[in-house]
Every structure is written in C-alpha cells, then in structure tokens.
Write a protein that binds this ligand. Sequence first.
Ligand SMILES: [Zn+2]
Length: 171
Amino acid sequence: MIRKILTYPDPELKKKSVPVTVINEKIRELVRDMAETMYDAPGVGLAAPQIGVHQRVVVIDVSPKGDEPELIVAVNPVMVRAEGDSYEEEGCLSVPQYAANVRRHTRVVVNALNLEGEEITYRAEGLLAIAFQHEIDHLDGTLFIDHISPLKREIFRRKYRRTQEELREAD
Ligand SMILES: [Zn+2]
C-alpha cells in the first residue's frame, strides 16, 4: 500500500525512532509499504518515520533508472565506520522541490538486520554511502537541511514557505 509521505515541517519528522525488537509480519508489511511508496514517489530511499512510523527501518535502492531494482532493506542500521569527505547535492521526499549540497562521508560500513533477522554488513561508497547516512539521519529526527549553513537554511525556509503557499493556492 502506498503511504502518505510526511513533509517538512511536520513535527513527526523530528522524532527519534526506536529499534525494532522483533521482525514479524507487521514489520514485513511496513517494509512492503515503504518500498512501494519509495518506488512510486520515485525516490532512492525512505525511512519509516517519513510515513509516520517511528521504528528504525529504512529502504534504499540506488540502482540506475531502467536497471533491475536492487532493494536494500535495513532494520536497525548502525554506521560502524565512516571515512572520506563528500559534498554532493541531496534532496528528500519529505522536503519537496529543494536540493542542497551536504557534507557526508564517502565510504561507510553499516550493520543492519535483514527481514530474516540476519545481520548484514554493507560496505558502501558513493551514492549508496550517502543514502545510508541520509536515511539513518531520518531515524534520529535529522533532515538534510539540518546540515546546511544557518544562512542557507533561512533562505530555504523563506523560499519553501512561499512554494508551499503557492501549491496550496493552486489546489
Ligand atoms: Zn530524506
């Protein structure tokens, strides 16, 4: 089922998510909904709090458009190593029509559980490394705009408010 994606400044996006204690049918259904919602959007990643569920679950698919989908499901993801600096443009399904460069790590190692409850280690770089950092941030209530400079954020806020008002008027 495609779920509604919450958008900034929804306070639900600022809440910290709790670890999943048991991987049951409810979690599997959550993951199915998250994947469906992400592909429909379309986006390259989605964290559970973006659909109002405060559990530490993320889905990611950074495979090139037109390729076979390569869905990554990470339950309770933890970044255990990070190195290198990157400064790439990011966007977010919860912050529509805005993109900004964000400082991240180039390479990360992430431990997570899959839907079978097995521990998986991901050694990611490039776009996948950025996606992991972006989605894990969501689980802690952090958005990519929290990483930009205060001045840029102020400009963003003003522009964003105007765009949202225009969208409402167009409805
Ligand atoms: Zn996001």
